[in-house]
Design a protein around this ligand. Sequence first.
Ligand code: SF4
Length: 359
Amino acid sequence: MNKAYKYKIGIPRAMSYYNNYPFYLGFFNYLGIDVVLSDKTTTKIINEGSSYVVSDTCLPIKVYVGHVINLLDKGCEYIFVPSIQSTDYKINNCSKIRGLPEIIRNVVNRDFVMVEPTLDKTENIGLLDFCENIANNFGITDKKEIKKAIKLGFEYYNNFFAMTQSGVSYKKALENIENKKFELETQEVVKPLSVVIMGHGYNLFDERISLNIIKKLEQMDVKVYTSLNVSHKDSIDAIDNLGEIQYWANELELTGTAAYFLNNKKVDGIIALSAFGCGPDSLMVDEISYHCKEQNMPLIHLTIDEHTGEAGFITRLEAFVDMLMRKKRASLSKKSKPINAVEAVKNEEKEEILTSAVK
Ligand code: SF4
């Protein structure tokens, strides 16, 4: 293909960027279309996006709008705004993700070309249709070339997941993809405590939205697992093993990931991170909470919006980690020395109080 970068496409560093950017990058690289990313999320981007939409819109959508404005301010003429309706038969996204191009069209009144492909497997609109639609915007119609671009997209995407599943961090794996490098983590890091965070990539890996939760936990000497450590098949199987059914397209990042670690008991606790007012997340977190109670697995649900203060957020996180540490110490001491029945009941009561205090 022509590698002259005749065209540029702006990709908002929000929503599907956090799941699919390696694929998008490989695809556009092959077609010779230069990719321009919006800046990392800042308070200014959040405020800008919030000013365009009604206040009860969820935070990730406000952030998305802010990133589109950021790209327009950088002079991008083409902006990528996909409509990802369903990722498998009747496995749907929420209405805001499905209607992303409509939201942008209705709130951003500026001149630009919106590249708005649709993926809707329920309606037989698959990845090839999605990619052809993108390429056609740039006058590229050769199906063979489009298929080769998809192949390179998958190569980048699979390499990215191979790295994260071996333990390479999200940030490092993405840097490697951009620099065409590949590395695997060979030694597993062992820490006194471990947790899994169930949350959408666009909340969790955006350091501003998540208030850098992964780094904060690591500074507390906690090992953190996320959806990037679980394969697609393992998360689907985990939902099945819990006796539940996948409904939402992005459910594997939440229910699937939490269920995987709940089933294998590899973590000491589960953190649910979701945007305030998100309907699908509240259903998924409720479902996992039920199973956590059954299996005595501590869970804390942290909700975020544009007003979330860092101090209160850290306090809740620290209280949860503290409770996990006490619970672990109590169970280790139970195993290592005999205690009488009265003490055992007292310890159980203490754990119960601590567990319910953070739920
Ligand atoms: S799933 Fe929730 S957070 Fe994500 S776009 Fe939909 S409503 Fe917003």
